[in-house]
Design a binder for this molecule. Structure first.
Ligand SMILES: [Mn+2]
Length: 313
């Protein structure tokens, strides 16, 4: 018997948090393989996650910053990665851990393991959709609290099912969870979204709030996304935002940085580029324009920003 640490990616979003929290609960309920499972996170909670967990009386996941090498004669730390699988987006010292499982809805990058492992990867709209399906697979009904936490992340990750990453399966699972809770999933999602204090975000918070590192054409490219219900405030801060992008890229030793200012209501993104973004310009077919480039319909970093950049290089 071991204690397995369960965590989502760096700069956690609501899906990274809720997938680790609720999956840990499910595995503990099942006493799965006789282990215990501890939900962890690799950064501060997003505001909506903190509020949802507090309202539900569920303890926040444990903040961890690195996995240390095992002592002589000890087994390596077991981990489950949720909502990510690429080492560059994971905990420092991941190489010191044994990956017990992955529950994810992203592409697989550089990934090898020494032993067989649990992998549940489906190209659905959120990792929490997969966790919800795992309840069904394991024959367990989610409690109302679990249903609420899962549904919240399904809605934030798919931008209320509007993102092209949302599938019919997500819509069906959301409808079922909404029925259990007696809420309309989209309305509920909007309420969750509006608990974010995004109206007061600084330029640095817009840049660092939700950002991931990718290796493209031998270079390190950061791709960030700031979701808002009104992009006008951010558009008035472009020089500051660009300065914050340069600072963030320098801090992370990235070659270039892409930031999508995504307007959920207008359904599109203003895309800003800083540093060496040749790969991004090629993939997105846009230029590095001072005020950024408006890309209508672009809501998904994964599918409409990262994927075309990776595919073109
Ligand atoms: Mn996700």
């Amino acid at each position: 018997m071991a204690n397995v640490l369960v965590f989502g990616h760096q700069n956690p979003d609501n899906d990274a948090i809720m997938s680790s929290v609720v999956l840990s609960q499910l595995l503990n309920q099942l006493e799965y393989q006789g282990n215990t499972y501890t939900a962890c996170c690799l950064g501060p909670l997003p505001a909506e996650s903190a509020k949802l967990l507090e309202d539900a009386g569920v303890p926040a996941p444990t903040l961890i910053d690195a996995i240390e090498p095992a002592d002589e004669g000890e087994e390596a730390q077991l981990v489950i990665l949720t909502d990510h699988n690429e080492p560059g987006q994971s905990v420092a010292g991941l190489e010191n851990a044994t990956i017990f499982g992955v529950v994810d809805h992203h592409r697989f990058g550089d990934f090898t393991t020494a032993a067989p492992l649990h992998i549940v990867a489906l190209p659905w709209g959120s990792s929490c959709s997969i966790v919800a399906k795992l309840f069904e697979v394991m024959g367990v009904a989610p409690t109302d609290t679990q249903a609420k936490l899962l549904l919240s992340a399904m809605m934030t990750d798919t931008l209320m099912l509007k993102s092209p990453t949302a599938t019919d399966v997500d819509a069906a699972i959301a409808a079922k969870l909404g029925e259990q809770l007696g809420v309309d999933p989209v309305k509920f999602g909007m309420e969750v979204f509006l608990t974010r204090p995004s109206g007061s975000f600084t330029a640095a918070e817009m840049v660092g709030n939700d950002i991931k590192m990718f290796e493209v054409a031998g270079k390190k490219l950061l791709i960030g996304q700031y979701e808002t219900v009104d992009k006008s405030r951010a558009l008035g801060m472009i020089p500051e935002i660009r300065e914050a992008m340069r600072a963030y890229a320098a801090e992370k030793a990235a070659d270039g940085i892409v930031l999508c200012l995504t307007d959920i209501m207008e359904e599109g993104s203003q895309v800003l580029l800083e540093g060496d973004t040749e790969a991004a310009q090629k993939g997105l077919e846009i230029a590095d324009v001072a005020e950024g480039v408006w890309m209508p319909g672009v809501l998904s970093r994964k599918k409409q920003v990262a994927a075309p950049i990776l595919a073109a290089n």
